[in-house]
Design a protein around this ligand. Sequence first.
Ligand SMILES: *Cc1c(COP(=O)(O)O)cnc(C)c1O
Length: 226
Amino acid sequence: MTEIRSRIEGVRQRIRQAAAECRREAADIRLVAVSKTRSPAEIRQAVSAGLTDFGENYLQEALPKIEALRESGICWHFIGPVQSNKTRELAAQFDWVQTVDRVRIAQRLNDQRGNQGKPLNICVQVNISREPQKAGVTPEQAPELCRLIMDMPRLRLRGLMAIPAAGDTQALRSSFESMCELYRQLQSQGLPLDTLSMGMSTDLESAVSAGSNMLRIGTDIFGPRN
Ligand SMILES: *Cc1c(COP(=O)(O)O)cnc(C)c1O
């Protein structure tokens, strides 16, 4: 068994355990392997261990990998900061953009997605810990941006994404819980959300227990980054 394969088995085991502890189905929790800094060969190992979803943070780094792995049928998620001069290629090459936090970016992605193929899946990034320098809308701004995206025909609004501030377990838990509360509130207002993207290598258990259904895991799948 390769190292990547056995790490993936370890992550799956943690997800099963975390789900069981809060009486959830592990199958309802989608695993996105964060492949920034990783080579196509490493990504292929993860594909052969059964992973289908991969996340990249930088467009220029991602493009050659997407090209090299074209035949793998990977579902690509963009999870880095979106610059407006990069939207054309994001709209053309990715299946998801999880880090939308401005209407202007959403509008450009919609205009540039083109009419062939499927709509681009979108998550609105929420700055849940209200950190001044951090990307993401405030929780108060999320409903309006979600509604605007819902009306864009080439985009499919899927949910919310967050990267909480580093902190102790208690602080993290409370950020994850606020995200879940916001997610449910938007659903109860009629927004068709099915994705709550939160939880990384070190905090996946807290994220699952708060209600995350999409984990973004890098280190614990591929090993430490340089
Ligand atoms: C790098 C990254 C991750 C994965 O982090 P790990 O700690 O390596 O699991 C998840 N989400 C985002 C947005 C990232 O940039």
